[in-house]
Design a protein around this ligand. Structure first.
Ligand code: DGI
Ligand code: FE
Ligand code: FE
Length: 196
């Protein structure tokens, strides 16, 4: 992937996303790049995944459900209730079909960027974290600490984000995706083992 291709994707995204989402997307792309430098991950893959992670975000909920059905992407009852969650798996589908991404690791990082999952690859963790900490984000609690951890301890950082997300969702526990809960349980245990 050369600069020209990146530019082409950016131009296309500019048309598909609202300006807030486009700015967020660039923030995630550069944050992914910085984290990839720290953790020795392929820079191009990290930037590509960051750039495309929300490519399906600005599709209406109704259309998200319709497109998932059309392209035979499985939709759980929880996703039917919370269709915004589908922008991750629909995003991976768009990345492949509309943006020509072939790399399985990049597609999978896009697919799990909202809920996280158990035993993520470093690239998956980077996209999951970068989405949460990019410079434009400002509302999440403990952002200073989580931003610092992002460049020091990936697993601890992942755990703290999942913990705060579940805390935030605890007002409506029935909306918690099993993937988010499983990811939390996994990183919780992993941190116990590492840090006691
Ligand atoms: O698309 P972004 O806004 O950049 O970020 P995102 O894809 O990480 O989505 C963030 C939202 O996703 C945030 O409000 C918390 C929510 N979320 C994460 N896990 C779950 C969830 N929402 C529900 N209902 N269930 C989950 O398990
Ligand atoms: Fe997202
Ligand atoms: Fe995002």
């Amino acid at each position: 992937m050369d600069t020209e291709n990146f530019r082409t994707i950016q131009n296309k995204l500019y048309k598909k996303l609202d300006s807030h989402r486009f700015q967020h997307t660039l923030g995630v792309m550069y944050t992914c790049a910085a984290m990839a430098m720290v953790y020795g991950v392929d820079l191009e893959k990290a930037q590509l995944a960051g750039l495309l992670h929300d490519c399906a975000k600005c599709v209406s909920d109704k259309k998200k459900l319709k497109l998932c059905k059309k392209h035979k992407l499985p939709v759980s009852s929880l996703e039917k209730e919370n269709p915004f969650l589908l922008h991750a798996k629909l995003g991976a589908y768009f990345a492949k079909k509309k943006y020509g991404v072939k790399d399985k690791e990049v597609l999978s990082a896009i697919r799990c960027h909202t809920t996280g999952k158990q035993a993520m690859t470093t690239l998956e963790q980077i996209v999951f974290i970068a989405d949460y900490i990019e410079p434009m984000r400002s509302t999440a609690p403990h952002l200073d600490e989580i931003r610092r951890l992002a460049f020091q301890d990936l697993d601890k950082c992942t755990y703290e984000i999942l913990k705060d997300t579940l805390e935030y969702l605890s007002q409506t526990p029935r909306n918690i995706d099993p993937a988010t809960q499983k990811a939390f349980d996994y990183y919780s245990e992993r941190n116990e083992k590492k840090h006691g």
